[in-house]
Design a protein around this ligand. Structure first.
Ligand SMILES: C[S@@+](CC[C@H](N)C(=O)[O-])C[C@H]1O[C@@H](n2cnc3c(N)ncnc32)[C@H](O)[C@@H]1O
Length: 216
């Protein structure tokens, strides 16, 4: 990928990228959500796993540390954030294959992965790109493979609803707040699609979703 495509960086502005890890550590229940997402995936030794929109690689690193006998790939469109991810994995002596690419045009063959993770990526994509990314994930998953999503979702309580009135104008989060991500996953071919957890955060309601690619 030579020309820089348009994308929304991790914290909306490129100059904020270097603050992503410290802010997430302090203001977001990142550890709790990542641990729950990994636990629900039930990863088995020998599996091939993709973390799409991997950002600074925190989730990918945790997957690799908790499941050393796996082949782990991290994909992100932002070369600057991938550099942070590479440095972190090197520092921790973990082998993760980080690659630059677009969620809407994955550089992998059909049926490559057993599990795909998507953490806080989808709210960066337009509706059309969310749908295309989910179709791409479906394509690269093996039959009976699983997609595990952590992202903003439909608020279920008053405080989260209040926050969503502000954040709904931010980035491409509105479809998340409307609760449309499971519908988009179903449209892409996943079945069943289940919302498995709900978290209240200062940025709004975050949900975990598990979606299965049927056998054939
Ligand atoms: C909020 S960050 C989430 C990072 C990480 N997954 C996490 O949970 O901390 C969103 C990431 O998606 C990446 N991104 C945005 N648009 C993308 C696209 N079209 N294809 C691939 N990555 C994209 C951004 O560069 C950023 O690193």
């Amino acid at each position: 990928m030579n020309k820089q495509p348009h994308f929304i960086p991790a914290f909306h502005f490129h100059w904020l990228t270097r603050w992503y890890d410290p802010v997430m550590r302090w203001l977001f229940p990142e550890g709790r959500i990542s641990a729950a997402l990994i636990a629900q995936a039930g990863i088995q030794p020998g599996e091939s796993i993709l973390d799409i929109g991997c950002g600074t690689g925190t989730l990918a690193l945790l997957i690799k540390q908790t499941n050393p006998d796996t082949a782990l790939y991290g994909l992100d469109v932002d070369p600057k954030i991938l550099e942070i991810a590479r440095q972190k994995s090197e520092k921790n002596n973990e082998t993760i294959l980080f690659q630059r690419g677009l969620a809407t045009c994955l550089p992998y063959a059909d049926e490559t992965f057993d599990r795909v993770f998507s953490s806080l990526l989808l709210h960066h994509l337009t509706r059309e790109d969310k749908q295309q990314a989910l179709e791409e994930i479906f394509r690269v998953l093996r039959p009976r493979g699983e997609l595990h999503i952590a992202d903003f979702g439909q608020p279920r309580d008053f405080t989260m609803q209040l926050i969503s009135w502000v954040t709904r104008w931010f980035e491409e989060v509105y479809d998340n707040i409307l609760g449309l991500i499971p519908d988009f996953a179903t449209d892409a071919g996943f079945n069943p699609v289940q919302q498995t957890a709900y978290y209240r955060t200062i940025f709004g309601a975050v949900v975990l979703i598990r979606a299965y690619k049927p056998e054939r």
